[in-house]
Design a protein around this ligand. Structure first.
Ligand code: UDP
Length: 260
C-alpha cells in the first residue's frame, strides 16, 4: 500500500480542484467516517486541511502540491474555499476547519479508544491541549505529547518516540507546509494510521490564542480577526486577494472551455 493510503489511487468521486489542488467534498460527518475507515484499514493515511494559503503556497512549491494531492483526505478548511468551490460551479455543503475536526476526532476517539499523539507547538502547549481534551472528552487516551521541531536532525528521535507510544492518530502542529511535509516523510514510520497537520489548533484548544467569535467565523471574517490579533500575519494573508483573482481566472477559463 502507498504511504498515503489506498485512497491515493481512488480519490474521492466528489473531489474538486482549485488551482490544481484537490479538495474533497466532505462534511464533518463524512470526514470522520473516512477517518474511522482509515483506522480500521490500518497503514498510513495523511489528512490535509486545505485553505487558500495552502493553495497559493502550492502554486510555487511542487513538493507541497504533491503532498496535498496525494493525501488520503483533503478537507475544505475555511469560508474562502467554500466561496471558491461555489464560484467554480461545485458548491460544497460545509467547511471542515482543522481545529473543529481535531475536536471531533478527539470526541470519537474517547468512544472508540483510539490513542492520540500531539506533536508540535511551543513547549507545554501540546500538554495543555491534552489536558483540555481529556477533560472535555472523558475516556480519551493520549498516547503522548511532544513539542520538538520540524528540523531534519530531530526526525529520527521523534519518529521513535511516536512509534513507542503506539498511537492510532497523530496530530502535527508545525504550521504549513512544514507539518504536512513532515508527515509525508515520516507518517508511515510512526505506525499511526492517521496523521494530520493541525496548524495553530493546539494554541486554540489550550487557550494560548483566542479564536474569532462564531459570528465572524460564520461570515468568513476569521482572517480579519486573526489579522487584528496577530498583525505579523499580514504577509501570509497578502496572498488572499491573489487567491480570489486566480480562482476567478480559473472559473472564466473553465466556462470558456464549456462554451467553445
Ligand atoms: N510551530 C512549531 N514549530 C515550528 C513552527 C511552528 O511548533 O518550527 C507551531 C507554532 O507554535 C503553532 C503552529 O506550529 O502552534 C503553527 O501555527 P499557525 O497559527 O502558524 O498555523 P496555521 O493555523 O495558520 O496554519
Amino acid at each position: 500500500m502507498s504511504a498515503y493510503g489506498s485512497d491515493m489511487s481512488t480519490p474521492s468521486a466528489s473531489a474538486i480542484h482549485i488551482l490544481g489542488v484537490r479538495v474533497d467534498a466532505v462534511t464533518y460527518a463524512e470526514a470522520l467516517l473516512r477517518i474511522e475507515g482509515f483506522v480500521r484499514e490500518g497503514g498510513p493515511h495523511q489528512v490535509v486541511t486545505v485553505n487558500p494559503e495552502f493553495i497559493m503556497a502550492a502554486q510555487r512549491d511542487a513538493a507541497f502540491r504533491d503532498v496535498l494531492n496525494r493525501a488520503a483526505l483533503a478537507v475544505p478548511d475555511g469560508a474562502r474555499i467554500l466561496w471558491a468551490a461555489r464560484h467554480l460551479g461545485r458548491p460544497l455543503i460545509e467547511q471542515v476547519s482543522g481545529v473543529d475536526l481535531v475536536e471531533r476526532i478527539a470526541a470519537r476517539a474517547a468512544e472508540t479508544g483510539w490513542r492520540l499523539f500531539l506533536l508540535g507547538a511551543a513547549p507545554g502547549v501540546a500538554e495543555r491541549t491534552a489536558t483540555v481534551l481529556t477533560t472535555r472528552y472523558p475516556g480519551l487516551s493520549i498516547a503522548g505529547t511532544y513539542a520538538g521541531s520540524p528540523a531534519l536532525e530531530e526526525e529520527e528521535g521523534i519518529v521513535a518516540r511516536i512509534r513507542a507510544a503506539q498511537a492510532e492518530i497523530l496530530f502535527v502542529a508545525y504550521g504549513a507546509p512544514a507539518q504536512d511535509l513532515w508527515l509525508a516523510r515520516n507518517l508511515a514510520r510512526t505506525g499511526a494510521a492517521v496523521g494530520m497537520g493541525v496548524g495553530g489548533s493546539f494554541d486554540y484548544i489550550a487557550g494560548a490564542v483566542k479564536r474569532a467569535p462564531l459570528w465572524m467565523r460564520q461570515r468568513g471574517l476569521e482572517w480579519l480577526y486573526r489579522l487584528i490579533r496577530q498583525p505579523w500575519r499580514w504577509r501570509r494573508m497578502a496572498v488572499l486577494p491573489r487567491f480570489v483573482i486566480a480562482v476567478m481566472r480559473q472559473s472564466s477559463v473553465a466556462s470558456s472551455q464549456t462554451i467553445f
